[in-house]
Ligand binder design. Sequence first.
Ligand SMILES: NC(=O)c1ccc[n+]([C@@H]2O[C@H](COP(=O)([O-])OP(=O)(O)OC[C@H]3O[C@@H](n4cnc5c(N)ncnc54)[C@H](OP(=O)(O)O)[C@@H]3O)[C@@H](O)[C@H]2O)c1
Length: 270
Amino acid sequence: MKFRYGKVALVVGASSGVGKECANYLLESGYKVYGTSRKATFDNSSNMLSMIPLDVTDESTIKEAVDYILEKEGGIGVLINCPGYGLAGAIEDTSIEEAKRVFDTNFFGIMNVCNFVLPHMRRQRKGLIINISSVAGFISLPFQSMYSASKYALESLTESYRMEVSNSGVKFSLIEPGDMKTNFLREYVIKSENSDYKERCDHAVNKMIKDEQNGPEPRVVIKELKHILKKKNPPIRRIVGLDYKMIGILKKLLPAKFVEFVIIKMYGGN
Ligand SMILES: NC(=O)c1ccc[n+]([C@@H]2O[C@H](COP(=O)([O-])OP(=O)(O)OC[C@H]3O[C@@H](n4cnc5c(N)ncnc54)[C@H](OP(=O)(O)O)[C@@H]3O)[C@@H](O)[C@H]2O)c1
């Protein structure tokens, strides 16, 4: 059934990458789409994609954006949470403040958006929330520990939400992309200067940068979005891309120590 959850969609982080692709796909499919950017203002909305301001680390902007849409449309049927923030460096070199900054966006920020939208979805007894996670949300990466840990936490949060709202008509799903060519590295922080881990950290970061630059366009997520949208009971998670789906299967089948050995070989350098 088309528009199973209603025709209004909110895509948080729709100015580039995955969010922009999702917003465009929903528009093409006939949804009324609100996208957000930290740089948008309330007065630049058109009839097509209405871009509005929202920063997931600033609760007042979440409230304002959700209230704005509810006043105009009366409800939100589909919410897709895309913002992500990355920090690379050894755990030993990472301060609690720096770690918190990653979690503020990738975990608490997304949780706050869900909590503002959820009461309205529960009241209308339908809704779909999709959180964009990562392959790093089920495979821990060295020198990207805070990013990985925050995505693991987001995965757990989403699984718990699913169970808590299972009698409400509201559904939750995760999309787990691997490396893609987006603007993600624009705000990426790399902490390897003066580190005892510099050589290994730089090796891991350079691999990640190369993989992202050679990765597919973010449009690859649309196949999984389509799959989730058409399901009456959406899956808990969808991994993006055949190669990463294989990695997901191998992670379940192979001994954990072997998986660790391969990851160290890939990312840990010598
Ligand atoms: N690229 C990859 O290789 C890759 C791989 C796996 C998973 N992912 C995940 O995919 C998601 C989307 O990333 P992307 O690759 O599409 O990156 P992107 O091109 O940088 O897009 C990120 C979007 O999030 C918004 N955003 C960033 N921080 C925000 C904040 N604090 N509050 C509100 N909006 C914020 C940005 O909008 P403004 O700057 O306009 O506010 C932008 O629209 C992230 O969760 C990322 O972790 C990416």
